[in-house]
Design a protein around this ligand. Structure first.
Ligand SMILES: C[S@@+](CC[C@H](N)C(=O)[O-])C[C@H]1O[C@@H](n2cnc3c(N)ncnc32)[C@H](O)[C@@H]1O
Length: 287
């Protein structure tokens, strides 16, 4: 007997590509340039399958006009985001944080009689970055940590990535840059090749959903001493980069630092920050 099979999805036409790409841009700020059509097509195939659709235009109409498409929007964001990350990514930036930026920030706070330290991992993906920040803060503060009120906000648009951040379990590959002593101190092997982040470190990190295209919500993020927003701006166009980076400036306390990706730059995006050079790393300071 011949089994009934659903027809394979039709190719994405240029017209539907533009409609979908504009929709994604309007809702998330993530921009697919003309040469990224096949990438978008591949990423959306599973969404079509999930809805038993074989035409991209039907999926577009579902997103645009179905009143129940809110949940699908979140699934769309999971599909179109790139969540690549790792612990201690770009070690020279982490070293600059540990040896220069944190000691300077803490000394300034002590002088002012403040004990509140707030960091933000903006675009935290699966949690590797905010847990790295929490480990570094713990290493710098050492036994004085109980006298500080430390919070590391970890936000992302991908709920799937945020669920992983909440589970806080990682494989050897994503821990490959973690020094052995740090690994032994802050991770527990599960015996199945995964390592769980220690409760002390987890307690410092608050993962939560935030879409950077939502300017009103981003505006509410105030009072940060240090922001890591690495490898996120590359997915936006210059308009959104300018608007979002100017908001990050407002989200920082005076004297606060912004770290962006190693290969990213604020050239033509913002002149508000002072560029600070560290060995092998750059940071942007709100002077
Ligand atoms: C390549 S990862 C970078 C993760 C981490 N910052 C690092 O450098 O290792 C980029 C992250 O940005 C998130 N992202 C992309 N667009 C976003 C948006 N509009 N709002 C919030 N997060 C977004 C993605 O979901 C993804 O997890």
């Amino acid at each position: 007997m011949i089994e009934a099979r659903s027809a394979p999805p039709q190719m994405m036409t240029d017209e539907i590509f533009k409609l979908l790409r504009d929709f994604i841009y309007e809702t998330s700020g993530i921009f697919f340039a003309d040469d990224k059509k096949s990438q978008l097509e591949n990423r959306l195939l599973l969404r079509l399958k999930a809805h038993n659709l074989n035409e991209f235009d039907k999926y577009y109409y579902l997103l645009k006009y179905d009143p129940d498409s809110g949940g699908e929007l979140r699934a769309l964001f999971d599909s179109v985001t790139t969540n690549e990350t790792s612990f201690f990514r770009n070690p020279t930036q982490i070293q600059a944080l540990q040896e220069q930026v944190l000691p300077e920030t803490l000394a300034k706070k002590q002088m002012a009689g403040e004990s509140r330290l707030r960091l933000w991992s903006a675009g935290c993906s699966t949690g590797d970055e905010p847990y790295t920040l929490a480990i570094v803060v713990t290493e710098v503060l050492k036994e004085s940590i109980p006298s500080w009120e430390v919070k590391i906000v970890a936000s992302d648009i991908s709920e799937k990535a945020l669920r992983s951040a909440g589970a806080a379990q990682y494989n050897e590959y994503t821990l490959r840059l973690v020094p052995q002593t740090i690994k032994e101190q802050y991770f527990t092997p599960n015996g199945d090749g995964l390592y769980t982040v220690s409760d002390d470190i987890r307690s410092l990190v608050e993962p939560g959903y935030l879409n950077f295209a939502d300017a009103r919500r981003v505006e509410l993020m105030r009072g940060f001493d240090i922001i890591f927003c690495r490898n996120v701006l590359i997915y936006f166009d210059d308009d959104l980069r300018r608007r979002f980076v100017s908001q990050l400036y407002d989200n920082l306390n005076p004297g606060g630092y912004l770290f962006i990706g190693h290969a990213e730059s604020l050239h033509n995006i913002s002149s508000a920050f002072k560029l600070v050079h560290f060995p092998g790393a750059l940071a942007y300071k709100k002077d």
